[in-house]
Design a protein around this ligand. Structure first.
Ligand SMILES: Cc1ncc(COP(=O)(O)O)c(C=O)c1O
Length: 376
């Protein structure tokens, strides 16, 4: 049996979306900047997707620009800062924020990295205290990609009165309601491939009147905020992916998540990382004491179960996840952590198989583990 439980890394593109996208490769292949009929039709299709995203976050379509994905949207948002500005972000951001913030520091921008508590929540008092007269931007991830914790953007937005507020909503988009007005957001990042759309497509919400520091110079596409011919098939696919998400799917995924958490925590010496209640409907992150996460992941892979040891990027290094360290896990426990992420395609049968395999592999690895059980 093959069980794909790495949907926070990416999702399977829906068959209906592929069918629709195909038309935009072979029939409606015009360049949206062209003035003739082919171009006009392509532009109309872009605008339809723009409208779908805008509606989903309670704004207007002229405040949405398309990008190559969540990483580019995050880079573009943070690059609004100039030397002397102050940025406030957190210790649990995705690398596309974290690395951009580090790069900005080298350019003379001051950065504060907020702590989180053991459930993964930002301390609102620390945020308030960190604001100074140079603070221009606060960037806080909405739903965390590793531990699933959901931050209270409404409360954070109230604190960011005269400051720009950006959120990385790549994992939360279409899973939790986002209202850019209610949350007082100026910028927000989205990605298509986390919601069964194609890879290489994303969007950035940019509040009306806000000038970006253009990163890709070229034509005047995307309201002159991002040069380059738009990925029309991808953008159409992104819009369709949003349309296909149903409230019921989100509810069902959440129920499956709770079932998997309950069953996995029956394994001795396991713990759930991240908040139990305020967590993405599809995220489960469990630490297995006395086990190396990589070993567990590879053994599960051999049995057909695909999971990850943190975010896809950090799973390629031997450093423990910065997110798990930020919530206070000791290194050896952080190393024994596995992320299981579900989608609308996940079935109970797949989860029953997964639980059985995790139990078998955990038992085997603990038997041969060189890690010492110091509680005995
Ligand atoms: C929270 C978060 N932000 C940003 C990204 C980057 O998105 P993309 O893969 O579209 O560049 C990801 C992808 O894993 C993510 O999980």
């Amino acid at each position: 049996m093959e069980v794909y439980l790495d949907n926070s890394a990416t999702t399977q593109v829906d068959g209906k979306i592929i069918k629709l996208m195909n038309k935009y490769f072979s029939e409606n292949y015009g360049n949206p900047s062209s003035l003739h009929d082919f171009g006009r039709r392509a532009k109309e299709s872009l605008d339809k997707s723009r409208e779908i995203i805008a509606k989903k976050i309670n704004t207007n379509k002229d405040e949405i620009i398309f990008t190559s994905g969540g990483s580019e949207s995050n880079n573009l948002a943070l690059n609004i800062l100039k030397e002397g500005d102050h940025l406030i972000t957190t210790k649990i951001e995705h690398p596309s924020i974290f690395e951009t913030a580090k790069n900005l520091e080298r350019k003379g921008i001051k950065v504060t990295y907020l702590n989180v508590n053991k459930e993964g929540f930002v301390d609102l008092d620390e945020l308030k205290k960190s604001i100074n007269k140079n603070t221009k931007l606060v960037s806080i991830i909405h739903g965390n990609n590793e531990i699933g914790v959901i931050q209270d953007l409404e409360a954070i937005g109230k604190i960011c009165k005269n400051i720009l507020f950006h959120t990385d909503a790549v994992q939360s988009f279409c899973k939790i309601n986002i209202d850019v007005n209610k949350f007082n957001l100026s910028l927000a990042s989205f990605s298509s491939h986390k919601i069964h759309g194609p890879k290489g497509v994303g969007a950035l919400y940019v509040k009306k009147g806000l000038e970006l520091n253009k990163m890709i110079l070229g034509g005047h596409q995307e309201m002159n905020k991002r040069g380059g011919t738009e990925n029309v098939p991808g953008i159409v696919g992104f819009g369709e992916a949003i349309k296909l998400i149903k409230e019921n799917d989100i509810k069902r995924i959440g129920e499956l998540r709770d079932f998997l958490i309950k069953e996995l925590l029956k394994i001795p010496r396991t713990r759930l990382n991240g908040s139990k209640n305020k967590r993405l409907c599809n995220n489960i992150n469990i630490s297995f004491e006395l086990i190396e996460g990589e070993g567990l992941m590879l053994h599960l892979d051999m049995k057909g179960v695909k999971v990850s040891t943190g975010s896809a990027c950090s799973s390629q290094t031997l450093e423990p996840s910065h997110v798990l360290i930020a919530i206070g896990l000791p290194h050896e426990i952080a190393h024994g952590s596995i992320r299981f992420s579900l989608s609308k395609n996940t079935t109970k049968k797949e989860l029953l198989y997964t639980i059985k395999k995790v139990k078998e592999v955990a038992k085997l690895l603990r038997k041969i583990s060189p890690l010492k059980d110091d509680t005995k």
